[in-house]
Write a protein that binds this ligand. Structure first.
Ligand SMILES: [Zn+2]
Length: 304
């Protein structure tokens, strides 16, 4: 039995068909964790879809309504860059419920883990870059609303800048946003996060890990009640939509640094997966599974 729960639903798959975003990765990760005996079926919990009340703490009513009723304009669908379907909408609602649950679980178990979510390019009134609903922002606001947390940090290690996160929490003093990303990559407009770490094309493990450690030290002085970690697999050197040069081992060290830094200070960590577009989808699956392994190792280390 794992010391934390893996939040997962078979309907996380966004039904994208042949698309650079391998949304079948969620069930591949689920299967891999079972097949490699890292987890057993009792370690998984299924989320419920997020409620409208939850979504509306972040999103405009019109955007939520148009998503639910299939009445997005052509321009809105093009900006999302994924085909519209009921399954897609259902997947976002479930992934958002999953991040809320992972946040709750983190407060109980010190680690919460959503095998999904991390849709950091979603804005209150529009979606873009494969992201329709900002699950992590919805989760943070839900936990704050329930009085479970006051302050949170978003540590975004996806290779792409967390533009939606930065915009949503721009004037919110209760949430510190940190984005570590490739500077010359999507999105072209990058609204400022509290802490932005701009990396040059081709940045490697040593520089990445060094800058991560330094930025995390600054971020933790915010004294958060929760860290939300977006563990994107796309800083990997074989990624089709990323231009950094991190190795698998470097990415695993990245995960360890985030978990250990937070746990050492008694701050729980909730994980959402975010992007991952390796030429070989198996690599993306391995990187995400390694994040779950790193979480377990960091917890065990901390419990000694
Ligand atoms: Zn990304």
């Amino acid at each position: 039995m794992l010391p934390f729960k893996l939040v997962y639903h078979p309907a996380y798959d966004l039904n994208l068909g042949a698309h650079v975003f391998p949304s079948r990765k969620y069930h591949l990760i689920h299967d891999r964790l079972l097949n490699e005996y890292f987890a057993d079926p009792g370690d998984f919990v299924e989320p419920r879809p997020a409620s409208d009340e939850d979504l509306l703490r972040v999103h405009d009513a019109g955007w939520v309504h148009r998503l639910k009723t299939g009445t997005l304009s052509l321009k809105e669908v093009l900006r999302l860059e994924i085909p519209y379907s009921e399954e897609m909408v259902n997947g976002f609602w479930l992934a958002t419920g999953g991040s809320i649950l992972a946040g709750r679980n983190a407060l109980r178990d010190r680690i919460g883990f959503n095998i999904g979510g991390g849709f950091h390019h979603a804005f209150p009134g529009h979606g873009e870059g494969f992201c329709a609903i900002h699950d992590v922002a919805v989760a943070i606001r839900a936990l704050q609303h329930e009085g479970l947390i006051e302050r949170a940090i978003v540590v975004d290690c996806d290779v792409h800048h967390g533009n939606g996160t930065a915009a949503i929490f721009d004037s919110d003093r209760s949430v510190l946003t940190m984005s570590m990303h490739q500077l010359y990559n999507y999105p072209s407009e990058k609204p400022p996060s509290t802490i932005d770490i701009d990396l040059a094309d081709g940045a490697e493990d040593a520089e990445y890990l060094d800058r991560l450690r330094n930025a995390l030290t600054v971020a933790m002085s915010f004294e958060p009640n929760l860290v939300f970690y977006l563990a994107g697999a796309d800083p990997y050197r074989e990624d089709q939509l990323g231009g950094l040069s991190l190795t698998m081992e470097g990415l695993k060290q990245r995960d360890r640094i985030v978990f250990e830094t937070a746990l050492k200070e008694g701050v729980p960590v909730a994980v959402a997966l975010a992007g991952g577009y390796a030429r070989n989808t198996d690599d993306t699956v391995t990187i995400h599974c390694n994040t779950a392994r790193a979480a377990k190792e960091a917890l065990m280390q901390q419990s000694k």
